[in-house]
Design a protein around this ligand. Structure first.
Ligand code: CS2
Length: 520
């Protein structure tokens, strides 16, 4: 069974969904953060080690969300500082694709915002000034194509989420028939990420310029290779010569990005105000942990290693481990934790039964699918549990569980497929998939923290309604969704039965007993 894909478009990663400026106390006498008031901020707050008014844009970024600002913007700030005057050419022109809220707030603050590094020991604040511009792309006079083709743009980075690339989740290939992609083939102002990259690169080629390096910073398997293929496929729909030119001339290095960055809350706004003594309408909070592994590439780039980035010849071992151990297990914790009534990942990660289950899943099902050069699984898994337990981060299970139809394939189904082939059992993955399905099957979500947010919500709920209490029918119906599960999994009769059994258990028995039974 294949659903017609809902239009995917561009969705910013971890985008702020609340109107932050509205939460600011309008009657407050405190001034708002800007370069003019930096001297009023206490010395304990780290601030840009350069004059932000002298910054020039060398990087174009798509997806000015919280993740980008707490990750790439911080590391780029360090890189600019390390290079002195030369570094000033590495400002980031950061495009918000869906909402004007964040760029509007940043505009009033000369692009400055606070990153609050939070954990049980307290909060460390840093003012970040590496954004030379922040703009709302649909209202931008120049438009992304022109900006991409500007010779001063040396690198284009992206955080648009897995769903923002117009890919079929199971195959990772471009949805060539997607109406937005079709429209973007000739649009002056394309709306999809892939269409924008394709049109921008076409303009670069026509102008006879050197193309920028395209750097995806999203949680996708082999993100650079995957985006490269999608851009080439998109170009081939328009012009074979363009497709060949991209293939020969444009670099798409793979990257692994890691920092847990929840949506900004009112508490973060208050915290920023308390620490700075001035108002910040666009702070972000994040865990202290920060990692960026980038495949080496030719051409100019900021001195990102000065900010802790690792430049390596192959990102694969890091990327696979992160996607399968962190992101895959994050989803497991969200789906089971949501059903158990937990509101945040920290709550789930402090529930011993859930942690036992997560450890079992990571060490016995995900780790055997990782390459030998991946980080040591048991140390990595322990570190992850510690990070998830961070009590200062309000990471909603609904937030982590959203868009599961786009995220399951690379994080949970690819390893499951490998385990099936190797004859290794996958009881935890099967229960996690059943828990995800259960989110859509539940009529009554009172008592749970389940919040349905998926491009296929309507279709998936319909499948549940049609199957009713026939769990085998339900298992078959879900496993037949080719765009999520691929063409092969539905024929695996043993898996169909296992999933049916897990669905039935979740329906008839107490969740904690169901989990415990799988751990025995
Ligand atoms: C999370 C990620 O939203 C999700 O799916 O798993 O945003 C996760 O927090 C980051 O990848 C951590 O680096």
């Amino acid at each position: 069974m294949t659903f017609l894909q809902s239009p995917l478009g561009i969705k910013p990663l971890n985008a702020t969904t609340i109107d932050l400026p509205d939460m600011i106390d309008a009657g407050s006498e405190q001034p708002q953060l800007s370069s003019a008031v930096l001297d009023m901020v206490p010395k304990s707050v780290r601030r840009p080690g350069f004059d932000v008014t002298h910054l020039k844009s060398g990087i174009l970024h798509l997806g000015c969300g919280a993740f980008h600002r707490a990750h790439q913007a911080v590391i780029t700030q360090r890189a600019i500082e390390a290079e002195g005057k030369k570094g000033l050419s590495w400002g980031i022109a950061s495009a918000s694709l869906r909402r004007p809220t964040t760029p509007d707030a940043l505009e009033q603050q000369d692009g400055l915002f606070t990153v609050l590094e939070r954990d049980a020991t307290g909060t460390k604040a840093e003012i970040v000034g590496s954004l030379s511009e922040a703009f709302y792309a649909p209202a931008d006079e120049r438009g992304l194509v022109e900006r991409l083709a500007d010779p001063t743009t040396k690198i284009v980075t992206m955080t648009v989420t897995a769903g923002g690339y117009s890919l079929e989740p199971s195959s990772g290939r471009l949805l060539a028939d997607d109406p937005e992609i079709q429209n973007d083939l000739s649009a002056e102002r394309p709306v999809t990420t892939i269409g924008t990259l394709m049109q921008g690169l076409d303009a670069v080629r026509k102008a006879g310029q050197e193309p920028p390096v395209i750097l995806s910073c999203d949680n996708l398997s082999a993100n650079g290779d995957t985006v490269r293929q999608a851009v080439i496929d998109c170009a081939a729909l328009k012009d074979d010569q363009l497709a060949n030119w991209i293939e020969r001339n444009v670099q798409f290095p793979n990257t692994m990005v890691d920092r847990i960055v929840p949506v900004t809350t009112e508490d973060d706004l208050r915290m920023a105000q308390d620490v700075l003594g001035v108002l910040d309408a666009a702070p972000v909070s994040a865990e202290p942990y920060l990692q960026w592994v980038i495949e080496d590439f030719e051409g100019e780039r900021p001195l990102w290693e000065a900010g802790g980035a690792q430049i390596v010849s192959s990102v694969t071992p890091w990327e696979e481990a992160k996607l399968r151990m962190l992101n895959g297990t994050h989803m497991v914790l969200a789906y089971l934790g949501g059903l158990a009534g937990h509101a945040t990942i920290a709550e789930v990660a402090n529930d011993p039964l859930m942690v036992d289950f997560a450890m079992r899943f990571m060490l016995e099902e995900q780790a055997p699918t990782l390459s030998a050069t991946a980080p040591d699984p048991s140390r990595y898994a322990k570190l992850l549990v510690q990070r998830w337990r961070n009590p200062a981060l309000q990471h909603d299970v609904g937030r982590i569980g959203r868009n599961g139809s786009e995220k399951l394939a690379m994080r949970i189904l690819d390893p499951l497929r490998e385990n099936l082939k190797a004859g290794r059992p996958s009881p935890c993955a099967v229960l996690a998939i059943a828990a995800w399905i259960r989110w859509f099957a539940l009529e009554d979500t009172s008592g749970t923290k389940v919040e349905l947010n998926d491009p296929l919500t309507i279709e998936l709920r319909d499948l549940c309604t049609t199957a009713g209490e026939d769990h085998t029918k339900l298992a078959r119906a879900f496993l037949s969704i080719e765009e999520i599960f691929g063409p092969d999994i539905r024929d695996h009769e043993e898996l169909v039965q296992e999933l049916s059994c897990a669905l039935s258990d979740l329906h008839h028995h107490d969740l904690r007993n169901v989990i415990a039974a799988r751990l025995n």
